[in-house]
Design a protein around this ligand. Structure first.
Ligand code: NAD
Length: 269
């Protein structure tokens, strides 16, 4: 199975390349910068904001793992270029080339203003905590539109924190290991009944903020749990600031940015 991975030079792409190669996938990589240590993979340098480049990149592949885009809470023009124009180009190129599957890297920041004391599924109203979360939500909805209107199959994965280990108290709840993320990506690429679904990209964390039953229904069986790192991480980090909204809600520091007013507002709905 040949896969186009956009944003392949990034943190997630670098680790997922390794996981997917091990699972037997042939990879074509698209990024504006060259990924480290190409290993039998094709590489196209170019931007997802350029529809012609994306059309060339999807040609002949069986599926797309779409990671590229704006990954910080940068200004709206940057969000629009990466997460709106770029994502639209990827779905449209897949449709025009007859590529049936798109796995979309969404983010838990689409629901980042939910208070942590609620355990939420993927059936709740969105509460984006940033321009980044807002434009990631657009990408999820592109997947829904293209699944319904054009018959694509799409899995949107609301990634929590993908890395070798969780980084702090909050990320003990949202961490996902590379092998668990690769398992979700494979569900998106292969599950026969999948039409469109949204899942949380988190491991089997004891402190999870999420009800990930949609993922479990698709066969996700996470192998890792952030709790294995808890003692070490909690010993090294200060207590969270109770006056910062990001200490109360799922999104953490993304929720803090530009927040104006009392923390109590996030508990009003
Ligand atoms: N790392 C996480 O824990 C995490 C959490 C939530 C969501 N995500 C999502 O997963 C995806 C990958 O995240 P990451 O941490 O690897 O980010 P990253 O910033 O490390 O990598 C993003 C990659 O996309 C490339 N890119 C940016 N704009 C591009 C464009 N216009 N055309 C082509 N390539 C472009 C960059 O060069 C970079 O290599 C992103 O969509 C991100 O929003 C990641």
């Amino acid at each position: 199975m040949k896969i186009l991975m956009t944003g392949a030079a990034g943190v997630v792409g670098t680790a997922l390349r390794h996981e997917l190669r091990q699972r037997g996938y042939a990879l074509r990589l698209l990024d504006i910068r060259e990924p480290a240590m190409l290993d039998g993979e094709e590489f196209i340098r170019g931007s997802i904001a350029d529809a012609a480049v994306v059309a060339e990149a999807v040609s002949g592949v069986n599926g797309v793992v779409h990671l590229a885009g704006c990954t910080t809470d940068a200004s709206m023009p940057e969000q629009i270029e990466g997460n709106i124009v770029g994502a639209t180009n990827v779905f449209e190129a897949a449709r025009l080339s007859g590529v049936e599957r798109v796995v979309f890297a969404s983010s838990h920041h689409v629901v980042g203003y939910y208070p942590r004391r609620r355990r939420i599924g993927t059936n709740v109203l969105l509460r984006p905590d940033s321009r980044y979360g807002l434009t990631k939500a657009f990408g999820e909805q592109l997947g829904a539109l293209y699944a319904d209107k054009y018959g694509l199959r799409c899995l949107a994965i609301r990634i929590g924190f993908a890395n070798n280990r969780p980084a702090d108290r909050r990320r003990l709840a949202v961490w996902i290991s590379w092998r668990d993320l690769a398992q979700l990506v494979e569900i998106g690429l292969r599950h026969e009944q999948l039409r469109y679904a949204v899942v949380y990209g988190v491991s089997d964390n004891e402190r999870s903020f999420f009800d990930n039953s949609t993922a479990f229904d698709l066969g996700y069986a996470p192998q890792d749990n952030a709790e294995a790192f808890a003692a070490e991480i909690l010993a090294g980090v200060p207590a969270e600031d109770p006056d910062a909204v990001g200490s109360h809600v799922i999104g953490g520091h993304f929720a803090n940015g530009e927040y104006d007013g009392s923390v109590s507002r996030v508990y009003e709905w």
